[in-house]
Design a binder for this molecule. Structure first.
Ligand code: M6R
Length: 604
């Protein structure tokens, strides 16, 4: 979604801003802009529709400055246009503002305070910058006081970065629900909505809390809480190499991230298991989970799908009833809860607004929670009672791959840990270290078969505008993720389906050459899924099977190495990721940045 960058005190402000925006491209956007000021009376605003490369083309050699702000916009209010792109500015050209989030009451504010002000955009953001200007001019307030007065009227989510031409070396910063960080660099300071944007400048960041207002100058960062009191805060170190965010020789990040999965499995085993395979998880977390009578896994999209697999792991290994919920639904229609619930938030980014909304309610109710995330110090990580990191390295492609498999592997480790302390024999007999080793080797064997999978994508998926993935139980859970991968990057309408349910209606959609892909990894249901595939073949479907070796028969399309049935999703999903990748690639689409989508969805 939208991205924010800012810098003060560096003569290379333009370069820093544009490179920062480039690092945020992966989040999804449709327009971009920068505003820079050189402190000597010169300032420049450059905005464009489209990509950062187009913004670069519009930045003429004279554009320079030492303080500035930049933004990538993912349209919410108003069409994609230069006028609607950020930074927005007040009609007297004094204030410049970039904003992530959505101001729910901007129409009311416009009607009540700004009815005589002409607007050039349809955005909620322009309303805010005009409001700040109005308070500054009419109430004779300085920039910070006018900013505070405007903030006191706003409802919704925001991360704001404001500049005032009368204090051109100062960045005014505030946030509510949307992420924003200050980075402390050598002799200058930066601001960004995602640490990744500024890793070339610094690894030391300061969190900003909701309700705080921060004033950033080249040599100083002043934080003030919601009551106006000064706040002292230490920086935290982001342990990530800027090069990890490059795609190296890969044509797309997605392929690189699919290929990284064997190493991610090994890294998780190293991080969370002893040499002898004993889980090394914080005792306090295990005790808090032990005290629960039901687990609630909350997630969106791919993370929700990883939760569906996690449910099976927690119930089988730890013998604790587990529910999985889509966060955007749970937030506004909470089911009846058990007496002692424990919440697990699955979120690659740690910033998903839908999931955060649930966490806010969970915290208000005083329930314990754990966030499983890939991003250190992300909002959901900070706000949950406990955090476990995925250690998957930055995931840049919009289509989530290695985060899904990392989430499942970490759920398995956690379920094993919980099952052992609960005296569950299944958990005691489950050699997770050995299994994750087999998974890593199995994943490697699959990613080494890329040519074969590309052929299958060409034969099955390139010519159809719809497809079905089917399976039962845990295979059904994977079929939902497989269908999501295909939909989001290749625009083929795909459905993941419980194979036994097909004949109750959906089989009416099967016609000649409709692709139907069956996952067969569970001994108990293998025969049934095969029968359901036969039913679709009888109606003309073009079927493919993705089967584990122990259950394979002659004629199966893709035979995968055997690992414990509970962990088969870690392997079956890999060919599904690659099928989606090659379908998108061979259609000539932008694999990493599919249309309409954002990597981190920070609005509800
Ligand atoms: O960062 P999160 O895991 O909370 O993101 C949730 C979804 O937006 C995300 O998984 C989305 O479905 C993926 N991009 C799909 O590949």
């Amino acid at each position: 979604m939208c991205g924010i960058v800012g810098v003060t005190g560096n003569d290379n402000a333009v370069k820093i801003l544009v490179e920062g925006l480039q690092k945020l491209e992966y989040r999804g956007y449709d327009s971009a802009g920068i505003y820079v000021n050189d402190q000597k009376g010169n300032d420049y605003l450059v905005k464009t529709k489209g990509r950062i490369s187009q913004l670069r083309e519009k930045i003429t050699p004279d554009v320079h400055g030492s303080t500035g702000i930049g933004h990538t916009r993912w349209a919410t209010h108003g069409v994609v246009s230069v006028d609607n792109a950020h930074p927005h500015f007040s009609n007297d050209d004094r204030f410049y503002l970039v904003h992530n989030g959505v101001i729910d009451n901007f129409q009311e504010i416009k009607a009540q305070y700004l009815s005589d002000v002409p607007f050039r955009s349809q955005t909620d953001t322009e309303v805010v910058v005009q409001l700040i200007d109005k308070f500054a001019v009419e109430d004779n307030l300085d920039a910070k006081s006018a900013f505070l007065k405007a903030l006191s009227l706003l409802k919704g989510s925001y991360a704001f970065l404001l500049m005032d031409r009368e204090q051109p070396d100062t960045l005014f910063v505030a946030k509510n629900k949307s992420p924003l960080l200050v980075g402390v660099a050598d002799g200058f300071n930066v601001v960004c909505s995602d640490a990744m944007a500024m890793l070339r400048e610094t690894h030391d960041f300061l969190e900003i809390m909701d309700g705080e207002v921060v004033t950033v100058t080249p040599n100083d960062v002043k934080i003030q809480d919601a009551d106006g009191n000064p706040v002292e805060r230490k920086t935290y170190h982001v342990d990530m190499n800027a090069d990890e965010t490059d795609k190296g020789t890969y044509p797309f990040y997605m392929l690189k991230e699919v290929d990284e999965q064997p190493n991610v499995m090994r890294k998780l085993a190293q991080t969370y298991l002893s040499e002898h395979g004993e889980p090394q998880i914080d005792d306090k977390l295990i005790k808090a989970m032990q005290a629960a009578d039901r687990l609630y896994i909350i997630g969106a999209g791919t993370s929700y799908h990883a939760g569906l697999v996690g449910k099976r792991l927690f119930e089988r290994l730890a013998h604790i009833p587990t529910e999985v919920h889509v966060s955007s639904e749970f937030a506004y229609e909470q089911p009846m809860l058990a007496d002692k619930p424990f919440f697990i938030f699955l979120t690659q980014s740690g910033e998903t607004a839908d999931s955060r909304e649930v966490l806010v309610n969970v915290n208000d109710a005083g329930y314990p929670s754990l966030t499983i995330t890939n991003v250190q110090n992300s909002t959901l990580s900070r706000e949950a009672s406990y955090t476990l990191l995925l250690h998957a390295g930055p995931e840049i492609a919009v289509a989530s791959t290695k985060a899904y498999t990392a989430q499942i592997a970490l759920e398995a480790i956690l379920a094993k840990a919980l099952g052992e302390v609960n005296g569950q024999i299944v958990a005691q007999n489950f050699n997770i270290r050995q299994q994750l080793g087999l998974v890593a080797t199995g994943m490697q064997a699959i990613v080494d078969e890329k040519a074969k999978i590309e052929d299958l994508a060409n034969n099955y998926l390139m010519k159809s505008n719809r497809a079905f993935y089917i399976g039962r139980g845990i295979d059904h859970a994977v079929s939902l993720e497989a269908a999501l991968k295909l939909k989001e990057i290749s625009y083929v309408q795909a459905e993941g389906f419980a194979s036994g349910e097909l004949k109750h209606g959906t089989i009416a959609l099967i016609e000649k050459d409709t692709p139907v892909i069956g996952f067969i990894t569970q001994a108990k249901t293998a025969g049934l899924t095969r029968s359901n595939l036969q039913e679709t073949m009888a109606r003309g479907a073009k079927t493919m099977t993705i089967v584990r070796e122990g259950l394979a028969i002659d004629g199966d399309t893709l035979v995968l190495p055997d690992v414990d049935e509970m962990l088969m999703p870690l392997l079956t999903v890999v060919p599904a990721q690659l099928l989606a990748y090659y379908t998108s690639l061979n259609k000539g689409l932008d694999v990493d940045k599919p249309r309409n989508l954002a990597k981190s969805v920070t609005v509800e």
